[in-house]
Design a protein around this ligand. Structure first.
Ligand code: PMP
Length: 285
């Protein structure tokens, strides 16, 4: 992704894509002091744009730094990037981090906080699985406990185990991995939340130690608007056998049906397809 034409917003200025670089002694690269957002624009409008900008600022606070831009300034930067790259349907990546500077130890209060926004075209996150149903591996890594890491931040440090889980999954021919939490309850995939259907009702893990995704919140509301019961609760691994449908939600994943998790199979059923289609319509209205 580094060698291409285009413009990236970096610390308040538009710079050519290939020149949007950081120094090797960037604090974030050594100590994971970085937070980011994944957003999608549909027909020129970023879905839930302000919520993403607010979450970016909130994530930074959770890992102990302040982004030196207001929500309005972040909004302007995102749209400026889309315009500079001639994009209307796009994936938008905003990122803020502790840069290089005075300190090179764990503490970095004197280093500048930096921010960038890039955008590019990104189709279906799970490719063909979007219609056929994704196959998920089961990760050996657990979502960590709230008193071991700021688990509600969309922070780079939380993705180390996600990358490892996804590599293992892909090596087995799966699209992604489902992760359990530190207690053994079903949590989420490596970059998306998870939903299950049983006898016409929906069950989704309580997001008490992982990201309560913006897409997740949107889909819960969509289901409730349709008078479908949604149970946000702790889900035991043994329960997987009894669920008939499953899908993932996320900005990149949108609503992707799941056909298999480990040894358990799910039908790509009417509710999964209906919610996936309805989400596609909603993001464009
Ligand atoms: N969980 C994780 C770990 C994620 O990376 C994402 C994607 N941001 C989500 C859930 C879904 O969040 P959202 O719907 O806000 O994109």
């Amino acid at each position: 992704y580094d060698d291409r034409d285009g413009m990236i917003w970096l610390d308040g200025e538009m710079v050519p894509w290939r020149s949007a670089n950081v120094h090797i002694l960037t604090h974030a690269m050594h100590y994971a002091s970085s937070v980011f957002e994944g957003e999608r624009a549909y027909g020129g409008t970023i879905f839930e744009s302000r919520k993403h900008s607010e979450r970016l600022r909130a994530s930074a606070k959770m890992i102990d730094f302040e982004i030196p831009y207001t929500v309005d300034e972040i909004e302007a930067a995102k749209y400026e990037v889309m315009k500079a790259n001639g994009l209307s349907d796009a994936y938008v990546r905003a990122i803020a981090w502790r840069g290089a500077g005075e300190d090179m130890g764990v503490a970095s209060a004197r280093n500048p906080v930096r921010m960038a926004v890039a955008a590019w075209t990104w189709g279906n996150y799970y490719g063909e699985a979007k219609t056929r149903g994704a196959k998920l591996d089961v990760s050996k890594w657990k979502r960590p406990a709230p008193d071991t890491i700021p688990c509600h931040a969309k922070a780079a440090g939380l993705y180390m185990i996600c990358t490892m889980s996804k590599h293992t999954a892909e090596a087995k021919g799966c699209s992604d991995a489902m992760m359990f939490d530190y207690r053994g309850y079903v949590a989420e995939a490596t970059g998306a939340n998870i939903f299950f259907v049983k006898d016409g009702e929906v069950h989704t893990p309580l997001p008490d130690c992982f990201l309560n995704g913006i897409t997740r919140q949107t889909v819960v509301q969509m289901l409730r608007d349709r008078q479908i019961a949604v149970h946000e609760r702790h889900i035991m691994p043994e329960e997987l056998e009894g669920f008939q449908q499953c899908w993932l939600t996320g900005t990149a994943a949108e609503v992707t049906p799941v056909g298999q998790i480990g040894d358990y199979n799910f039908e790509v059923g009417a509710m999964a397809r209906d919610i996936s289609d309805a989400y596609e319509k909603l993001v464009r209205t």
